[in-house]
Write a protein that binds this ligand. Sequence first.
Ligand SMILES: [Zn+2]
Ligand SMILES: [Zn+2]
Length: 153
Amino acid sequence: MSKSSKVVPGSIVEGFVVCPFDNVHRLLPSRLAVHLVRCARNFPSAKMVRCPFNVTHVHSVADMMTHVACCPNRSTMVHYMNPETLPPVEPRPADFCVQSAEDWDAEPPAKTYNPRTHCENNFLILNPQGNAPAVRREIRERERRRFLQNNQF
Ligand SMILES: [Zn+2]
Ligand SMILES: [Zn+2]
């Protein structure tokens, strides 16, 4: 009996996961899922089954019976199946509802504000930015005439 055969498949040894198909294979936990797909092809006769709670848990049929009873991922599935009957993993936020007669979807009583119309009706200077100098001069001139016509200045 070699030293490596004593290692429990699926256990973590010095940061590496022991491959359930061949306990000589040691893998980074992040590489296990990919490795299991490839390694399973090399062991077609191995009567291994995958855990219903986590596909990286691969055991013989006999070991799986005991594994599913104490799988660390079991609680996630049980909570998923019974979301209402079991206490939540995290406390649920309390229902927050403020009674109000206001309807925020309704149109506001005020009219829409159009800055251009407001300026034109109230003799405010339209700032002619973003135009060519010639156009700016023309706008300024037009504004001046508009103000003079109305004897505001
Ligand atoms: Zn392997
Ligand atoms: Zn499992």
